[in-house]
Design a binder for this molecule. Structure first.
Ligand SMILES: Nc1ncnc2c1ncn2[C@@H]1O[C@H](COP(=O)(O)OP(=O)(O)OP(=O)(O)O)[C@@H](O)[C@H]1O
Length: 291
């Protein structure tokens, strides 16, 4: 169990990136959802002990990892949002190098681990190619492979599916799902569907603050029966007790989703509430009572 209590982080230029963040993470996948600049990467880096918070406490199974970062580092796999690979070196050689850096000193154990992570990420047949020549999807799978070296119990994935085509995205979803069966996985993204597909638990981060946290389904369950979809309306043309959540396009036609206890306007139909509706509700600062 990884426990974060009252984590605060302000950067030297005065930007408050994390504001009293408290979270509890157990086995399985927890999604961290937030818009650009919400503080997701700051939180990931803090948990990965790559930066220290100004205050607060992080414990892994009751042990303080801010005082003893090595306790977590030895059990941690981290896939940062942006990572580089050395040119002119094969996938196998790079994994070998990273495994040594991770402290896998026994050559035979190292070989076994590398074979395992290559197989898990479906990269075995590409082991002798250079990751610098990989496609975006293969590179992300390589990122997952290096994170899995050392069989970590805690995995942090920062925006792992950004830039992937739909087939690669689904392939990575399956891989992340398999990995999370026996491990604690924290998945950060602003792609709501990724969280909805993968994460049984979700936290929503806005301006450095956790505004909602719990079972993913329970976060949007209160909105069921209150979401209406119809042609685009100016907020002023909707009844006063309704809230415009989102405006988008479907097959080139403008579509609005509205939170309301009754049908807000002509041509609106009730639709199933989604995590995205819940996300927009928080993004617009609507009170829970609005649901
Ligand atoms: N090293 C830094 N120095 C100063 N400000 C920073 C630094 N890193 C991040 N920030 C600021 O802290 C806030 C949170 O940034 P962070 O990168 O954690 O957000 P994010 O949710 O990961 O965003 P994105 O989805 O765009 O990656 C932003 O206002 C950002 O500009």
């Amino acid at each position: 169990m990884l426990t974060l209590a009252h984590i605060n982080k302000t950067y030297p230029d005065g930007t408050k990136a994390l504001d009293d963040v408290s979270l509890q993470l157990g086995t399985g996948m927890m999604g961290l959802l937030g818009p650009n600049g919400a503080g997701k990467s700051s939180l990931m880096r803090t948990i990965a002990t790559l930066q220290t918070p100004d205050s607060g406490c992080i414990e892994l199974n009751g042990q303080n990892i801010l005082q003893s970062p090595q306790l977590l580092r030895s059990k941690l796999g981290y896939l940062p949002q942006h990572f580089g690979v050395y040119p002119h070196i094969s996938c196998l050689a790079l994994l070998e190098h990273l495994a040594v850096l991770k402290g896998l000193s026994n050559k035979q154990t190292r070989r076994q681990q590398i074979e395992l992570v290559l197989a898990l990420t479906n990269l075995t047949e590409h082991a002798h190619r250079q990751p610098s020549h990989f496609s975006g999807g293969m590179l992300q799978r390589f990122g997952v492979a290096q994170a899995l070296l050392g069989d970590p119990q805690v995995l942090i994935f920062d925006e792992p599916t950004s830039g992937l085509d739909p087939a690669e995205r689904l392939r990575l979803h399956q891989l992340l799902h398999d990995i999370a069966q026996s491990r604690l996985v924290l998945l950060s993204t602003h792609i709501v569907e990724d969280i909805e597909h993968l994460c049984s638990k979700t936290a929503i981060l806005l301006n450095g603050t956790i505004v909602a946290c719990g079972e993913t389904h329970n976060l949007f369950h209160p909105l069921q029966g209150k979401i209406w979809q119809g042609p685009l309306h100016e907020p002023g043309h909707l009844p006063g007790n309704s809230h415009l959540l989102s405006q988008s396009l479907h097959l080139g036609n403008p579509v609005a989703r509205v939170l309301c206890h009754h049908c807000p306007a002509e041509q609106f139909e009730p639709v199933t509430a989604s995590l995205q509706d819940c996300y927009f509700m928080h993004l617009h600062g609507l009170p829970l009572e609005a649901a």
